[in-house]
Design a protein. Sequence first.
Length: 233
Amino acid sequence: DRDLVPSAYGQDRRGARAGIVLRGHRSSILTPAPESAQRHRPDSSDRAYDSAMPDPSPDPTLTGDERTTLAGFLDDQRTILAWKCQGLSDAQLKEPTVPPSTLTLLGLVRHLAEVERAWFRRRLAGEPIGHIWCTDDQPDADFEGVGEADVAEAFSSWEEECRISRSILEGLDSLEVTFSTARYPLMSARCMVNHMIEEYSRHNGHADLIRERIDGMTGDFPPRVEQRTPGQG
């Protein structure tokens, strides 16, 4: 299975994703790379913000229970989006590279911050809170307002929403917990988490194409870097 090919920095793709990252934008979703694995470094004047990394995402296990597995695969998708933005400047994160689409990597990050908040906090947990950027008059402000958006603020919001979402999911009595929305009279937490994985997977497909148009980088995690010992050519 392609997803389970051993790599230099982990036993599977989920271990590898944490071992090899790019410099530039650094998300708390990702962990630092060994110095030897850092490449394609943008000029420091073009670098997006570097944030602290207090909350590394857990890896799913191949034999875990249902909640562990679903939570792990959701974190996998979050991590994929984080690396798609890794090492890019503010301008690159705001660039729509696949016309006629106007989607940008920063727009996807802002949108998924809104999605995390909507499903986990507003619907599942029933918190009486509003949107982050979207309004009734501008329901797509997450996608459309990237031109003047603060990159650091956007990533900080997304990372915070991910952290809160994890906490809510961990604190549930079970995945049988249900809630209601205007569109769905009854939905289980199980269904909602599967939907979140679906949501991220769809948008990570968008992110993959956008990133490929920027610098040719593709895949679930940054490419492996061959390790050479002294004396090797």
